[in-house]
Design a protein around this ligand. Structure first.
Ligand SMILES: [Zn+2]
Length: 174
């Protein structure tokens, strides 16, 4: 009886070691191989439980810098790249491109002096526009439109109250 218990335990341990080894090999293969750069594979591996959330985030960063290196640093190109790889549907791509155009449009309505003042006071070099309160949203200085219920910007984490009090067209020089 005791012997059987011992044998079964041993088999379980051997199987577990094999599984752990397989995971380690897959991760090592990803790091070394060309798969590393594919966001789709990363998501698949994370969903399969092979990559932890932490490992996934790390690999995703590597993927993003790979895109940047390949000259895809432009957001439009990055979106088209995701679309090409099947990660964005046609409809999603069009929506994202529209949103991108909106953000770029916002940056056209501000003078250089005002923008420099916002950047100086926030130390945020990616600021592009005034903060703005719309009837049902707020626009951050990074150009992102956020829900009123969002206390911090989705993109740059600026505080809603802070940017609306200090960096709207009306409040900037007050
Ligand atoms: Zn922002």
């Amino acid at each position: 009886m005791l012997l059987w218990f011992f044998i079964i335990s041993l088999i379980v341990i051997i199987i577990q070691l094999a599984v752990i080894n397989q995971k380690a090999e897959k991760i090592a293969g990803m790091i070394a191989g060309k798969e590393r750069s594919e966001l789709a594979n990363l998501i698949r591996l994370r969903d399969a439980g092979i990559l932890t959330e932490e490992e996934f985030q790390q690999k995703r960063k590597e993927y993003e810098s790979w895109i940047a290196e390949k000259g895809h640093s432009d957001e439009r190109k990055a979106l088209e790249d995701l679309h090409e790889k099947g990660l964005l549907s046609d409809e999603e791509l069009n929506k994202k491109l529209e949103a991108l155009e909106k953000v770029k449009g916002r940056g056209e309505g501000i003078s250089g002096i005002d923008l420099a003042e916002i950047k100086r006071r926030t130390s945020y070099k990616d600021a592009i526009c005034y903060a703005e309160r719309t009837p049902d949203s707020w626009i951050c200085i990074c150009g992102t439109e956020n829900k009123l219920s969002d206390r911090h910007c989705r993109k740059c984490f600026s505080n809603q109250g802070y940017v609306l009090e200090n960096f709207t067209k009306e409040t900037l020089w007050r």
